[in-house]
Design a protein around this ligand. Structure first.
Ligand code: ZN
Length: 367
């Protein structure tokens, strides 16, 4: 199994699949699911956001008396993710050094495929399964957002997509609000007629200096990460645009704080006679899953089957699980054991890959 998982991981990593360009990889994993006996479809999610592939959905009918469960991982990887040359170094798989490895999230894809193979080979009664390989997770959870939930039966799910060690169960994630702002002042010659202008840079500086950067409390963060404006030093700047975000494990706090920040920016602009265009939108909602819930109890049981203890964590990151939970599929995210994801130093211990596959098998068998 170990050898097969490593080979399959390397096979899939070599297929280019940055966000929006998952078509070839989607075809390959769809064929693998079919060869495992699943009923496989691909939706048209990609066409809704400019990607070249939809989500791959594999269904296993399972025993009627058992609860259907959803197992998910994402197909896309962050750049630089083209031309990956995976290398085995002892117990680790690493990239050639000039790309990511795409263990985020091929670790999850390979674990689910291996888990399904092992569960089938065990010849017990399996539950109904929905295996969903999403597209463009790394680009705002686009695949999960465009999935047709009326066609999904499962009410509980497992997202194989955390960079924590195998055994970690993410039960809490924040609500994430995006903030888009622009200050509109008035252009004038900066030396001949400075009195005629209102500097958008000056006003934006005042407005942004009042923004609560960083870790605001244990469960809340804020950042403005992009700013642009101005055309020449002799022109009083007319327009400055900026983008930021607020996240909190407390949804009310994320929403309230983003409204307050937007209002503060408007007020500051008004004080200087400038205009502010500020909008906020929820990128995704947070969730908090109880330790007593079925979805947690099942993974706890599955981990115990290979002598592992569940470690519960919250994250300040988002994943497809945020969308699944909002859609009524109670989901947690599982550690896949990769290190340094989203960097060219990304690596995956083979023992963790194997453990993740066994976990997938045991989650299937535990129901
Ligand atoms: Zn991921």
């Amino acid at each position: 199994m170990r050898q097969m998982m490593v080979e399959e991981f390397c096979e899939l990593a070599k297929i280019d699949a940055e966000s929006g360009e998952e078509a070839e990889l989607a075809q390959v994993v769809a064929a693998k699911l079919k060869s495992l006996g699943l009923d496989v479809t691909q939706d048209d999610a990609g066409s809704k956001f400019g990607g070249n592939a939809g989500n791959v959905i594999g269904r296993w009918p399972g025993s009627a008396g058992k609860e259907p469960i959803l197992l998910s991982a994402h197909l896309d990887r962050v750049p630089p993710g083209k031309g990956i040359r995976p290398v085995i170094e002892g117990n680790r798989i690493v990239s050639g050094g000039d790309t990511v490895l795409a263990a985020d999230d091929l670790g999850g894809v390979v674990a689910i495929l291996a888990g399904m193979r092992m569960a089938r080979a065990a010849r017990g009664e399996l539950p109904p399964l929905e295996i969903i390989f999403t597209v463009s997770e790394e680009r705002g959870l686009q695949g999960a957002k465009h999935l047709e939930y009326t066609k999904i039966r499962s009410k509980r799910g497992y997202v194989f997509d955390s960079s924590s060690p195998v055994g970690v169960v993410i039960t809490q994630s924040p609500t994430h609000v995006k903030l888009d702002g622009a200050i509109i002042g008035r252009a004038a010659h900066a030396a001949v007629n400075p009195e005629g202008g209102i500097s958008a840079i000056h006003v934006a500086a005042r407005a942004i200096s009042g923004f609560p950067f960083g870790r605001i409390d244990d469960e809340t963060t804020a950042n403005i990460g992009m700013i642009s404006g101005g055309v020449a030093t002799n022109i009083v700047t007319e327009r400055v645009a900026f983008k930021g975000e607020l996240r909190s494990l407390d949804a009310k706090r994320a929403l309230g704080l983003s409204k307050a920040c937007a209002e503060q920016i408007r007020l500051t602009a008004a004080q200087y006679g400038a205009l502010a265009e500020v909008s906020t939108r929820v990128e995704y909602y947070g969730y908090a899953i109880s330790r007593d819930s079925h979805v947690v109890k099942r993974v706890e049981k599955a981990l115990a089957m290979s002598g592992r203890e569940a470690l519960y964590r919250s994250t300040m990151g988002g994943s497809d699980s945020n969308i699944f939970n909002k859609q009524g599929i109670e989901s947690v995210v599982l550690g896949m054991g990769a290190s340094d994801v989203h960097s060219t130093a990304e690596s995956l211990p083979i023992s963790e890959l194997v453990a993740a596959g066994e976990l997938a098998r045991d989650i299937i068998m535990a129901g």
